[in-house]
Design a protein around this ligand. Structure first.
Ligand code: PHB
Length: 390
């Protein structure tokens, strides 16, 4: 018997709805931009053999993996090289990924994504991006477009209803592709987070104004997706303290507290298995201390924390995954203190294909190379060439 390690809490089984996890180290969703363009369809990227290798390398027995954020439709996409889940070619490509993960005993969910205003007409075959309101983001897109020069269109109620249906249809296609379920992407300043944040959503109809209205589309999508594929294989990712993509909510604790209480109160037949949240300290651009300082000076947040959300959800029987700047030093404690049921790792899973084993055996971890996160030449570099431990 080995001695007790602070990481031991990560290595106990966990039931998430219908999913039986052997350990609590989850691969976080990470955009990697290494898929293949479909020659017959502009704007369509398809999972390829290199993508299969990448996911298969990171699969572990009873380990849960989340795919990179995956556009649910042609109109939902924001970046090149990102595989969607809306064409037969993509379903076939993903099927190879899910088969390879299952062959190693892994569990994999497809993260369903709509970027909302975080895109450009150039990415959408000339169409105007859709968002809750017509407020553009600041800055430039990857293709050089100044977002303010191509502002989004505020969605009609019909377009909102259509998008809800698209999520359900994408969830069904994910099941066809062999996924074990789906995670609804409700964070990081993309479409659903744009609806939730009160600095982005300025609608005056039943999808804007109060938090009850801003959360409506999210609850409708949870309902549609859980009815499409069953509730016990559905999760949702949220980022209440997000700043990325120009989101700044006036009261995250109150507003996401409302959303969590609604999720917790759903009947079992429509209640997702888990909520996955990003720690307030995490930011896509700022480092940890800058983010905490910014939260403390600009928002009415006494102490930014996920604990209140976790507690409300736990009472409703909804499991909780936490993500954002976890490492060997702080991950076990998150579980032993009951702050979460499982912990997701993004950057460390990028650089360590065998991360669960390294944490279990106390092995050193490979450092990550940020310059290769979003593509590299050749594409293997910083993707499938990180070494396994000896
Ligand atoms: C990104 O591509 O930078 C990205 C995508 C999805 C996220 C966050 C960041 O949720």
């Amino acid at each position: 018997m080995g001695s007790l390690s602070p990481l031991d809490p990560l290595f106990t089984p966990l039931r998430l709805g219908s999913l039986s996890l052997a350990h609590r180290i989850i691969q976080a969703p990470c955009t990697r931009m290494r898929s293949t363009p479909d020659p017959s369809a502009p704007g369509v990227w398809v999972p390829n053999d290199l993508n299969v290798t990448y996911y298969a390398q990171r699969a572990s027995k009873g380990g849960l993996m989340l795919t990179e954020a995956t556009p649910i439709s042609r109109d939902a996409a924001g970046y090149p090289g990102v595989p969607g889940i809306f064409t037969p070619s993509q379903i076939a490509g993903w099927k190879k990924v899910t088969d390879a993960v299952h062959a190693k005993g892994g569990i994999i969910l497809c993260q369903l994504w709509h970027v909302g205003r975080a895109t450009t007409p150039g990415m959408l075959g000339g169409k105007t991006p859709l968002a809750p309101s017509d407020i553009p983001m600041s800055g430039n897109a990857l293709d050089g477009t100044v977002y303010a020069d191509a502002p989004p269109k505020a969605m009609s109620v019909e377009e909102i209803k259509g998008t809800v249906e698209e999520y359900a249809a994408a969830a069904k296609r994910a099941m066809e592709a062999g996924f074990d379920g789906v995670e609804i992407h409700g964070g990081n300043g993309y479409l659903l987070d744009q609806f939730l944040h009160d600095n982005v959503n300025t609608r005056t109809d039943s999808y804007g104004g109060s938090i009850e209205n801003r959360a409506r589309i999210v609850l409708e999508i949870i309902h549609a997706v859980t009815q499409a594929i069953g509730p016990d294989r559905v999760g949702i990712r949220l980022s209440p303290y997000n700043y990325f993509q120009d989101t700044r909510d006036s009261n995250p604790q109150k507003h996401w507290g409302y959303l969590c209480s609604q999720i917790a109160a759903l009947p079992e037949s429509a209640r997702p298995a888990y909520v996955h949240m990003i720690e307030p300290r995490f930011d896509e651009v700022l480092d940890e201390s800058e983010k905490i300082d910014a939260l403390e000076t600009t928002q009415e947040v006494v102490k930014p924390s996920l604990d209140g959300f976790r507690n409300v959800l736990k009472k409703g029987g909804v499991s909780f995954i936490a993500a954002g700047n976890f490492k060997a030093e702080n991950a076990g404690e998150k579980i032993s203190s009951d702050g979460a049921d499982a912990v997701a790792f993004g950057r460390l899973f990028i650089s360590n294909p065998d991360l669960p084993r390294r944490l279990q055996e106390g092995l050193a971890v490979n450092a990550y190379d940020r310059a290769t996160f979003y593509g590299a030449s050749p594409p293997e570099r910083g993707y499938t060439d990180y070494p396994f431990a000896a």
